[in-house]
Design a protein around this ligand. Structure first.
Ligand code: ZN
Length: 68
């Protein structure tokens, strides 16, 4: 799966997650593309390594990587 992070909310999403384009926006300019990972936990870890220390999995597309 390809992952991306919303730098405004620090949520990691699978590319194509409806949460990214919600709110009626055509394009979410806060999205930074990550890489291809086998699971969302790796994507969250990679995000943290890239400096997004608050990275968390999206509850909709990455529930296994979501923490409160
Ligand atoms: Zn999502």
């Amino acid at each position: 799966m390809l992952y991306c992070i919303d730098v405004k909310t620090s949520q990691v999403h699978v590319l194509g997650c409806p949460e990214i384009t919600r709110k009626g926006k055509k394009k979410n300019e806060n999205i930074i593309f990550l890489e291809r990972f086998n699971n969302p936990n790796d994507a969250v870890i990679d995000s943290k390594l890239k400096g997004y220390s608050e990275a968390n999995g999206c509850i909709h597309c990455c529930p296994s990587a979501h923490t409160e």
